[in-house]
Design a protein around this ligand. Structure first.
Ligand code: GLN
Length: 251
């Protein structure tokens, strides 16, 4: 077969076209990212029902750095991992604690936040509950599918689990349970927004936990984008800026 000028031009055009397609593809890439938005200050809804918070800023900054669009999708917390498994989502950022059990079902990025659990009780019961182990005969409220719910099971085995965190706090207020067991920074945010003296946080951190962004198992392309973006925002100061925006005032 001869390779004349026409074929040569054709080949160049094809290469140029496929480069253009690849370029356009990278710019158009949209990552569908799930979260459960009752977990302030990590993810919650503003007055216009738009998700805001630390996690939302982190994932958007990663998207900007990596040139991918981020589409936030909200759903119940216990739906996030199943939605990754069935590929309805590309990733989930929702204060998700990296656990061995979850790591069998999904991949996690490098950790991006150090957390732990704490318990909030009504101030009127402060003397009764000085340590978390004092809750061993108590009914404990938590959110379905969370590490808080799993630990509440170990502490007393008497657990009321709710779809959202505000429901768990409402139940505590209504005295339907003795404590809410939840991630300490989220309890801290709740206390900062509550009437002074109404609630009391038992001064104990139950479990050292780290949050990671969850990705469908084996999806290295998405994991790489997220890890690379995380590394870049750690280096260029954006990560610290976001941390200070949501947490510095409370340090
Ligand atoms: N960090 C906890 C967990 O992963 C709670 C997360 C949440 O309620 N958003 O189970």
């Amino acid at each position: 077969m001869t390779c004349g000028f026409k074929q040569f031009i054709g080949a160049v055009t094809m290469v140029a076209c496929s480069m253009f397609v690849a370029q356009a593809h990278a710019e158009d890439k949209v990552l569908k990212v799930g979260c459960e938005p009752t977990f302030p200050p990590f993810e919650f809804l503003d007055d216009n029902a738009q998700p805001i918070g630390y996690d939302i800023d982190i994932i958007k900054a990663i998207g900007e750095e990596e040139g991918v669009k981020i589409e936030i999708v909200t759903m119940p917390f216990d739906g996030l991992i199943p939605a990754l498994i069935t590929a309805q989502l590309d990733a989930s950022i929702s204060g998700i604690t990296i656990t061995e059990e979850r790591a069998k079902k999904v991949d996690f990025t490098e950790p991006y936040y150090d957390s732990g659990l704490s318990a909030v009780v009504l101030s009127e019961n402060k003397d009764k509950f000085q340590k978390i182990s004092d809750l061993s005969k108590s009914r404990i409220c938590s959110q379905i599918g969370t590490t808080g719910a799993a630990h509440a099971q170990k502490i007393s085995g008497n657990v009321a689990s709710f779809n959202t965190n505000p429901e768990a706090f409402m139940e505590l207020r209504a005295k339907g349970c003795d404590a809410v067991l939840l991630d300490k920074p989220v309890n801290g945010y709740f206390l900062s927004k509550s009437k002074v003296g109404e609630y009391y946080e038992i001064p104990e951190i139950l479990n050292a936990e780290q949050y990671g962004i969850a990705v469908k198992k084996g999806n290295q392309q998405v994991s790489q984008i997220l890890n690379s973006g995380l590394e870049k925002i750690r280096k260029n100061g954006k990560f610290d800026e976001i941390y200070n925006k949501w947490f510095a005032a409370k340090k």
